[in-house]
Design a protein around this ligand. Structure first.
Ligand SMILES: NC(=O)c1ccc[n+]([C@@H]2O[C@H](COP(=O)([O-])OP(=O)(O)OC[C@H]3O[C@@H](n4cnc5c(N)ncnc54)[C@H](OP(=O)(O)O)[C@@H]3O)[C@@H](O)[C@H]2O)c1
Length: 219
């Protein structure tokens, strides 16, 4: 059965020069995130492994075709997907706790196909020459990344606390909702209560019940 496609839009591009933009619009910061029906990105410690059961052939085909750069390098390599070109993003920003998951597996450069930034005040030295640590002025640093020239955007990987700190800079949400209720867990945003409006741009429905919703920030 083909996925019911309520509405879907595409954009693509290629790497561009890295000069700062003068008159062009800013590059997007996109929070691309997996969550439960009730909005948790993982259990209280952030573990979302129960969602992996839904990454079947159809859904993995979608990820490969539309968001190949969100698959970590060490996951792509064994599947022979090393050469997939980036479609949406050329840069990733993640929090230190999310990066720790790769570090614990001995992987110091989990997204080698992207420019990698890790926010941390405790990692005094980067474990890898391809990973830059952002210790100070997080919002300004992300604004500078968005102001760079280039067709592709910035992938905000998470986790919860980093997304909470960067909520004001997020231009787009791509929410993969898995058909599971967690009851409690790690919220999509580790932030205080405040209302931010987004406009629904597309919903993609997969046979196994996964939804991928894309929202644009209302400014
Ligand atoms: N479901 C999904 O799609 C998904 C995606 C990504 C992650 N996750 C889960 O999210 C969990 C981690 O989330 P989390 O909220 O605990 O942590 P996180 O957001 O990944 O990282 C938090 C850390 O980022 C650093 N940080 C945050 N704000 C900063 C700032 N303004 N300046 C400098 N550094 C800053 C701090 O590092 P220091 O403590 O080093 O200073 C902070 O402890 C993981 O378990 C992961 O599995 C789920």
């Amino acid at each position: 059965m083909r996925p019911l496609q309520v509405k879907y839009y595409n954009w693509s591009g290629s790497h561009g020069p890295r000069s700062l933009r003068k008159e062009h619009s800013l590059r997007k910061l996109t929070y691309f995130i997996a969550c439960s029906i009730d909005g948790f990105i993982g259990d209280p410690e952030g573990d979302a492994s129960s969602m992996l059961a839904f990454v079947d052939e159809e859904f993995f085909g979608f990820l490969k075709a539309e968001y190949p750069e969100t698959l970590p390098t060490h996951g792509r390599r064994p599947l022979g997907l090393d050469d997939l070109p980036n479609k949406r993003f050329d840069t990733i920003v993640q929090g230190r706790a999310s990066y720790d998951i790769a570090l614990k597996e001995g992987v110091t450069s989990p997204y080698a196909h992207l420019r990698q930034y890790v926010a941390s005040r405790t990692l005094t030295e980067s474990p890898d020459p391809d990973v830059e640590i952002i210790a100070e002025d997080l919002v300004d640093r992300v604004r500078a990344l968005k102001a760079e020239d280039g067709e592709l955007g910035v992938y905000l990987c998470g986790g919860s606390r980093l997304a909470g700190e960067l909520l004001g800079e997020i231009d787009e949400l791509v929410i993969k909702t898995y058909p599971q209720v967690y009851g409690s867990g790690m919220p999509m945003f580790g932030a205080g209560f405040s209302v931010t409006d987004f406009a629904l741009e597309s919903v993609r429905v997969f046979t196994n019940g996964v939804l991928v919703r894309t929202y644009a920030r209302k400014r």
